[in-house]
Each structure stands twice: as structure tokens, then as C-alpha cells.
Design a protein around this ligand. Structure first.
Ligand code: HEC
Length: 102
């Protein structure tokens, strides 16, 4: 490979890396921005909402930490703590239950 080709490659990958980081740090993206125009499923939304709302006071909960019943009893008190609306809590619950311990 010629030197200039290598240089171009380095620049191109640097730009790609930079824009990748930029899109990760941008807040309040539209649902479709990060999925190539495809809408997020409820489970994906639930996962993101869980990461955004449930890791402030303790670690971000993982679905397989509890069984379905366990999630159903913990979400209402945690919803109050996290000060999230019913629709948000519902999506988080749906995500956690989907991967719950059997
Ligand atoms: C404002 C702080 C705060 C937020 C936000 C919060 N929690 Fe909690 N969470 C706590 C505290 C404090 C406890 C300790 C036990 C208690 O108060 O019931 C706890 C306990 C838990 C437990 C029980 C852990 C165990 O081992 O028994 C789970 C599961 C949990 N939270 C999940 C969540 C989920 C899911 C969300 C998001 C909807 C969330 N939490 C948001 C403060 C918070």
C-alpha cells in the first residue's frame, strides 16, 4: 500500500471512531437514531430505561437477578424512588420479566 493510502485509511477510521463516540454521548436521541431507522422494540426501550433510571442508587438491575414475581413486587416501590411514570415502569418491568429467573 502506498503511504498516502495508509494515511487516508487512518484518517477515515479516526473520523469513524470519532463519530461513533459522538453518537454514543449525544443525549435524548430519537428511538430510531441508534437502530438505523428501525423502531426500538419495547424490550429494548425497557432495557435503556432501566439503565437510565435504575442504576442511580444501586447497580443497574439485571433481569436474571430475580424471578417474575420478584420483579412485580419490587417495581412499584422502585418506581416511586425513581420518580418515573407508569408507562416507563411498565416497559422496565416488561424487560426485566422477559429475562427473569425461572
Ligand atoms: C432513589 C434511589 C433508587 C432508585 C432510583 C432505584 N432504587 Fe432500587 N433500591 C433503592 C434502595 C435504597 C434499595 C434498598 C432496599 C429498599 O429500600 O427496599 C433498593 C433496592 C432495590 C432492589 C432489591 C435489591 C435486593 O437485593 O433485594 C431491586 C431489585 C431494585 N432496587 C430495583 C430497582 C429498579 C428496577 C429501579 C428502576 C425502576 C430502581 N431500583 C431504582 C434505591 C433506588
Amino acid at each position: 500500500m502506498k503511504y498516502t493510502t495508509v494515511k487516508t485509511l487512518i484518517i477515515v477510521s479516526a473520523i469513524a471512531a470519532l463519530t461513533a463516540c459522538a453518537s454514543l454521548t449525544k443525549p435524548a436521541q430519537k428511538d430510531t437514531d441508534i437502530t438505523n431507522g428501525k423502531p426500538l422494540t419495547d424490550l429494548e426501550k425497557g432495557m435503556q430505561l432501566c439503565k437510565a433510571n435504575c442504576g442511580k442508587c444501586h447497580g443497574v438491575p439485571k433481569p436474571n437477578e430475580r424471578n417474575e414475581k420478584g420483579w412485580q413486587v419490587i417495581i412499584p416501590p422502585m418506581q416511586k424512588k425513581a420518580k418515573i411514570d407508569d408507562a416507563t415502569a411498565e416497559l422496565i418491568l416488561k424487560y426485566l420479566v422477559a429475562g427473569a429467573k425461572k
